[in-house]
Structures are given as structure tokens and as C-alpha cells.
Write a protein that binds this ligand. Structure first.
Ligand code: GTP
Ligand code: MG
Length: 203
């Protein structure tokens, strides 16, 4: 994918702040620290475009990143961070539900899970939520550099089983550190936009 432009359009909490030009979007969800912001940087080949941190739970807003003026990546706030206050969790739930419940522009959700670990119960709930709201789901297995390639399939099987993915739903391993799997994810992005009736320019 040729990146001609990338802009941070909005950090939104409320619906009125969402972009409303009918530009299609793919959203990234997953637990705090799983690598959502990192994957945005990796896909765009930028170092510090989306903010990443050592502090889990840092991304608390819905961040809309406009790419090539054609489509959005939507970086959603992470979940599953143990030290977070209950009131914060409720706030998180409201922000997410408001967005997911009825978002015409949203084509597909990328659910990020750490390739090393069996998905958490929160991940299962998130997956079920995605299906409940009727979106396509693609699972991205992050931090693939932490295991050897020979171990990929075993870990992918564990993820597939725990989330109870449908046979046609994909799991794509990626490493933002080693820049592996980037091409596969881009191909999937283009494919998902096509499936939803949108054309995106590849180069
Ligand atoms: P929140 O915004 O808190 O929800 O987190 P996030 O999902 O956006 O995670 P983020 O991209 O900030 O990454 C969290 C930590 O994981 C950072 O320290 C990253 O450097 C690290 N990390 C992300 N991707 C990879 C990867 O592919 N490999 C390795 N080894 N570390 C990674
Ligand atoms: Mg983040």
C-alpha cells in the first residue's frame, strides 16, 4: 500500500465528534498493551504517529486516522487492564457501545490478541460483541516476534479454539517490532474494504 497521507483527524468520545463524510473505516480493538497503536504505526511505516506507551490503558479515546484521504483506521481504547477503576470501566463500555452499536461506515473490526497467550475472557466477550453487532472480524495475532515461526500454528489453533472463530475467519500473525506480516494485513485491509463495496487505491 502506498501511503500518500496520514492524518489524525479526531480523538472522539461522543458520537457528535465522529467523522461524518461517509468514509469507510476499519477499527482495531483488543486489550490494553496488545499493540493496537503500534500496528497503526507499523502499517504506515511511521515511528510515532499513533501514540504508544509503556503505560497500559493510555488510549482512552476513539482515534480516527485518515489514510490517503480514502479510509480510516480507528484505534479504540483497550480493555482488560486490571488496575483500572470501576468508573473508568463503565466509561469505556459506554464509549465502545456508542460506537459499535450503529456505525454505518465501519466495515470490519480487527481484534488483536497476543500470539503468545490464550485469549482472555474479555477477548471472548469482545469477539461475541463484534458478531452481535454484525461486523466482519479478522483476528490479528500480535507480537509474533516473541515466538518462533514453527510455533505459529500451535498458537493460532489455541486462539481459534478459544474464540470459537468461524472457519472462514482469519488469524494473521504480525510483528510490529520485526515488521513481519505487514503485507498480509494490508492485503486483508484492501480485501475487507472491497467486500464492503469500497474501492481503495493500492498504489
Ligand atoms: P493501549 O493504547 O494501552 O490500549 O495499548 P495498545 O494496544 O495501543 O499497545 P501499544 O501499541 O501501545 O503497545 C504496547 C507495548 O507493546 C509497547 O511497549 C510496544 O512497544 C509493545 N509492542 C507492540 N507491538 C509489539 C510487537 O510486535 N513486538 C514486541 N516485542 N512488542 C510490541
Ligand atoms: Mg494504544
Amino acid at each position: 500500500m502506498k501511503i500518500r497521507s496520514a492524518e489524525i483527524t479526531m480523538s472522539a468520545v461522543n458520537k457528535s465528534q465522529y467523522p461524518d463524510e461517509g468514509i469507510p473505516e476499519i477499527a482495531l480493538v483488543g486489550r490494553s498493551n496488545v499493540g493496537k497503536s503500534s500496528i497503526v504505526n507499523t502499517l504506515l511505516n511511521r515511528r510515532n504517529f499513533a501514540r504508544t506507551s509503556q503505560t497500559p490503558g493510555k488510549t482512552r479515546t476513539i482515534n480516527f486516522y485518515l489514510i490517503n484521504k480514502e479510509f480510516f483506521f480507528v484505534d479504540l481504547p483497550g480493555y482488560g487492564y486490571a488496575k483500572i477503576a470501576k468508573s473508568e470501566k463503565e466509561k469505556w463500555g459506554k464509549i465502545m457501545e456508542r460506537y459499535l452499536a450503529d456505525r454505518e461506515e465501519l466495515c470490519t473490526i480487527f481484534l488483536l490478541v497476543d500470539i503468545r497467550h490464550e485469549p482472555s475472557n474479555d477477548d471472548v466477550i469482545m469477539y461475541d460483541w463484534i458478531k452481535h453487532f454484525g461486523y466482519n472480524c479478522v483476528v490479528i495475532a500480535t507480537k509474533a516476534d516473541k515466538i518462533s515461526r514453527g510455533q505459529y500454528q500451535k498458537h493460532i489453533n489455541i486462539i481459534r479454539k478459544k474464540l470459537q472463530l468461524e472457519p472462514d475467519e482469519k488469524i494473521i500473525p504480525i510483528s510490529s517490532l520485526k515488521k513481519t506480516g505487514v503485507e498480509e494485513v494490508w492485503n486483508e485491509i484492501v480485501h475487507q474494504y472491497h467486500e464492503n463495496g469500497y474501492d481503495v487505491t493500492v498504489d
